[in-house]
Design a protein around this ligand. Sequence first.
Ligand SMILES: Cc1cc2nc3c(=O)[nH]c(=O)nc-3n(C[C@H](O)[C@H](O)[C@H](O)COP(=O)(O)O)c2cc1C
Ligand code: SF4
Length: 670
Amino acid sequence: MTDKLFSPITIGPHQLKNRIVMPAMHLGMCDDGRVGQAERRFYSERARANVSLIMAGLCNTFADTSATITGVLELSSDKHIDGMATLHQDIATVGALSAVQLSPIAGYNNPAWKPDESHLTMLIESIGIAARRAQIAGFHYVELMLSGGSLLSHLLSPHHNPGTLPNFSGSFENRLRGPLNAMRAIQRHAPDMPIIIRMHGHEYLPGGYGLADAARIAARLADEGAVAINVTVAGHRTKVPQITRQRSAESFGFLGRNIKDAVGIPVFYGSRIRNYADAVAVMRASGADCITVGRALIADPLFAQKIEREFRKHQNTPPLQDDNEIINCIGCCQCLDQAFAQKPAHCTVNPAIKLGIQSGFTQTQYGIAGNLNAIPNGAANRLRVVVAGSGPAGLHAALDYVQKGASVTLVEKEKALGGKWRRISQLSSHDITHGALTGTIAAVQNAPIEIMKNTELTPRLVATLSPDILVLATGAAPRRIDLKGIETHPCVFHVSELVDTDLWPEFKHAVIIGGNAAGVTMALHLATPGFATTEAIGYLHRFGSIEWAEEALSFKPAKSITILKRRGFFGKGMGRATRWTAVQEMDLFGVNTIDKVQYEEVTPEGLWIRQGKQSERRFIKADLLILSTGFQPILDAAEFEGLVPKIVVKGDAHRIGNITDAINGVYTSL
Ligand SMILES: Cc1cc2nc3c(=O)[nH]c(=O)nc-3n(C[C@H](O)[C@H](O)[C@H](O)COP(=O)(O)O)c2cc1C
Ligand code: SF4
């Protein structure tokens, strides 16, 4: 079965060299439809690194000034053909096949928007005309977007389109008319252009289409001449989180399998694939002919190459869980948050995406292992750089300087690299960040960087190493607040003390002061143990009874966790998509949230607060008090002044922020 992943397959008139497909991901990088260097680099890097089919897009088919999405690729006019032809060539000349995903952006992510039927007919026709332009530009396939927030996905949905348009709403046949007409428009304007369909495997919306109708839709579109069906989970409007960390890659594979069973053409399926083991598990679960790998390829352009290496290594043995050279996508959804905020994509763990836009940076720092080794060690006149601290900012500063040709020494006072990143990755809600850390450490270890662990940065050491530049990425220390009576409480920790020391104090009533990202993360870390796991609930449902599953679902451990906030919203500092699920989880796991709090006094048993508009006085019991009151930079630049020509301060030592700020901040200002 695993052999399949790296074997060729014929889809329509073309042969894919393996089964790894990059799905369309709107990058927001285009300016007025012009394909820029950043976008070209993004696609070509991935095409060069073993992806067999690259889906560019989404690509707009109809010029519409009222559209709510910006920075999209365009084929809404003939003037876009040349730019798109360049993009196709970038992909094709390095050995991959190219597709472009088509949709008008009119009404994007706005299911309430319904054009009248004549306007709709024009929009559908525009898809055919754009397919013709894609054909002239050289693309191997077009993909019809019936997913995400596209107009056609809204038309297809019984939830969104119960009936206002006489010919396009209501019944199954009517709702299918939009997609069918779009296919026919493509076939008319671009005969022989193979069409791939992208659709949801289920809508997970009340009254939305489910497994049976998804299979019917796919079968009809296959009968109409589609060459493959590309199945994604559900759209933007479902309340079931799909691309955040809470679920495994293969868990919704059955949605792919449902379509595979219904059609005789190849099926693609993917979502949440982060490593080789995921890729294999998803292929097995879904029965798909090809897997789609989205964010894992944003995070690490060499993903497909690396998993092939992993495959060759383990051909006769079970795959490893942790392919530690991959910079794993951490599922933070910053990339998607950016897209929804109408900004160019950036990635927490791969700053090259953002840099491609801002500084014309020419290569991703992860794609350079070979080049790095080509830098002559010990060459004269090389800039000497010492980086102190190996958290996210330090690791990336070391990578960036070495890539620029400097001779780099990385100094870390602990025995392992990673700093706070390593410790945070041990939290239950953040274990997903571990793979990105190990991948980044592997990149540093593979580069010609001298690494000094267990080493304190002292003026003497700096004088000995005598660098041209000293980068201080020494992180941050807990910031405590002065609360009346706090010294009387027997069990008070700063959130970082719990993380740093892996302490696990027993408690009945924990209170967290501070509802920022760290506070919410700690609340979930404390709250979730003791609840039945999702696996146990499903297991009981399947092997026991619905009643036992429901009983397990309603079980609550006898502990309380309360999180307090003075102002603002809970989870400040988290990205939108992550916060959305974290807030949902706090509710599910019974975390009490209290905002608009004024702190009065701590006692040995808890704390007095005032709350709300009435400033009502309340006592909150607490046998464990956790301060999530922020951090302050650890910085002692003064002791190094005069010893080096230049001192650069990075990460939390410069400005307190999250991991995205720390990593991306390194490159934007070096
Ligand atoms: C930044 C971003 C933009 C996306 N834009 C599109 C899009 O234009 N069309 C589409 O069909 N899916 C889009 N998606 C969804 C992806 O194709 C993919 O289904 C999703 O990211 C889940 O797969 P993954 O876990 O492998 O990333 C987008 C995803 C991301 C992260
Ligand atoms: S921004 Fe986050 S979710 Fe998106 S690709 Fe990067 S690590 Fe993955």
